[in-house]
Write a new protein. Sequence first.
Lengths: 165, 567
Amino acid sequence: MARPIASVLVLGLGNILLSDEGVGVRIVEALDASHELPDEVESLDGGTSGMELLDMVAGRDCLIVADAVNAAGPAGRVIRLENDDIRMLFETRFSPHQLGLSDMLAALHLIDEAPRRVIVIGVVPENLKTGLDLSPAAAGGRDAAVAMIVDELTRLGMAPTPRLH
Amino acid sequence: MTRITIDPITRIEGHLRIDCEVDGGKVTKAWSSGQMWRGIELILKDRDPRDAWIFTQRICGVCTTVHAITSVRAVENALNLEVPLNAQYIRNMIVAAHGVHDHIVHFYQLAALDWVDIVSALKGDPAGAAKLGASLSDYAANSIPNITAVRDKLQTFVDSGNLGVFASGYWGHPAMKLPPDVNLLAATHYIQALEVQRTANKIVAILGSKTPHIQNLAVGGVSNAINPNSQSTLTIERLYAVKALIDQLGDFVNNAMINDVAAVGALYADWTQYGAGVTNYLSVPDLPLDTKGTQFELPGGYIPGDLAKFQPITSYQDAFFRDGVKEAVKHSWYEYTGDSAALHPYVGQTNPKYDDFHDDGKYSWVKAPTFLDKRAQVGPLANVLAMYAAGHEPTKRHLTRVIEVASKVAGSQIPLAALHSTIGRIAARAVRCAVLLEALQNQWRLLIDNIARGDDRTFNRPTFPKGEIRGFGYHEAPRGVLSHWVVIKDGKIDNYQCVVPSTWNAGPRDQNDEPGPYEASLIDTPVADASLPLEVLRTVHSFDPCLACAVHMVDAEKRPIVQVKAM
């Protein structure tokens, strides 16, 4: 039952029960709602999972992660990080062996199935309180992030098709 | 005296914080603190009870299916709604496969690196490691070429200066005691486990339609249509694909994992003297075999310190369990209106009252649950002891096997009482993994046989009465007893409380100032070097801590995780 896998995975991460913490998932939802993805691209709402995602990420050429990021700048700011920048971000943040995205990616290196490119599209959150809605700043960040991901995919020659509303 | 604070904190509050006072090389006092308030239950108020599971599976990134299943069970319990047999079997297979996945990941990817020194593994001899493996089982993947390949790969990682997943290990710590060949064999299985856990996850994905968030649940059953011949539904072909995946898991769990755990236990036998903590154990029965939840494949119940006093929990209506659970907040950042010392979850309150970290006052966002007004430890150890006390044959068989292998490696007979320890929690998790795997095979057979009898029902439609109803659902999750408690008024959720495994284990002191299981288990743990508190992590990790999951944010700044203060 081998799964034919798309070469690019757009992975939304975060907890939608904690407002802007879930912005990554909201970005993927918005991307799916506004665009039809070509066959080479798959999207996934990864929630707050880590190792559970290993099978879904294994063997991809490119992983695009949408997530909330703890970075300087005003809420709603969108940043883009790639490969080496990302490794630095992950260092020592987690308690030893705690299994998040960084460990999942490191584990994929061990079994030679890590994506060759990893791109993080991150939004600086404003509000992490319990609740399902994004703050206005993060909602703006979400829309900007969707546009960035569309550009990213277009550069990869896998342009999504806008859905007609 | 020294105070150690282990707090993998980010800008946002989150995670578990452990504080220990160390005096004379031993922990003398400990505090376990949940550093984040979620109050996620509040989101559920006034919602349709049929949708609750969709939200509860977002509570935790590791335990998604676990909260989903428990939620539908709670609402079904409130409605006295029976669940078709096919739906029970499909759900049972999902939770069993999830449990196997979780236990494998815990041992290899979380706990093992507290005991196995990856850098020392590089000095191991593949022939020696293969010989050691062959003395324990005939696992084919313990071959010299396989082990050599792993050693070479680890060497490449170390040479590149990018240790990746191994970067934060305590390599060369004086408490690391395995010989290089043992480290190398365990490291080989560590890498194989990365592949094997994918297999378990695939089972969840096929049956649950998707991971990490399953899509197929419904209050009243599952949404999988069963049609042996249709391509779009759960077909016989798909079910046989599931069977093949289950068989692949069996080879690894029974021939690699069980022996690794036994060997680590034997070679760290001193750790059977540490970490017992709270020895009242609570677990619940799981994998229902009938539509009402009165018969279960796996037993559960309460052990008040002594196995001979085991009291089984026997049904989804069990009043002993229902009435035994309370939560205290004397040391938690909440206040209860009225002057109740501890409240039952049906009348539970979530009124946050944050102050600061007070050693003798409030210091955690986690409540302190009690069973029959006493602290109880939950988790695989509690469950394995209960199943053993209940005379569950597969549990006895696998537990005996682990103890036999460990005794052989140690060169002396290891008693059952050694399970009340840090090592015991790790060993019990491996035993439970093997038991779950067997249960997974049984549930697969039950489903196939039931379909063959012509039963294709998977769903009973729920109807909500006017007025107030109450229900509770429980599940023996990978980290222990999970229960959801729901009060429904006129078809809408009025109150919802989740009493999660890590609340039982990681909770702070209770209304009588009795420490929780994490806290109690840390007392007398030796600490060789306070700035590298590996021993503390060993005991905390043996519980498989799971408070960190709900917040997931990339952090651009480095922060110290361990702080040490002389006092």
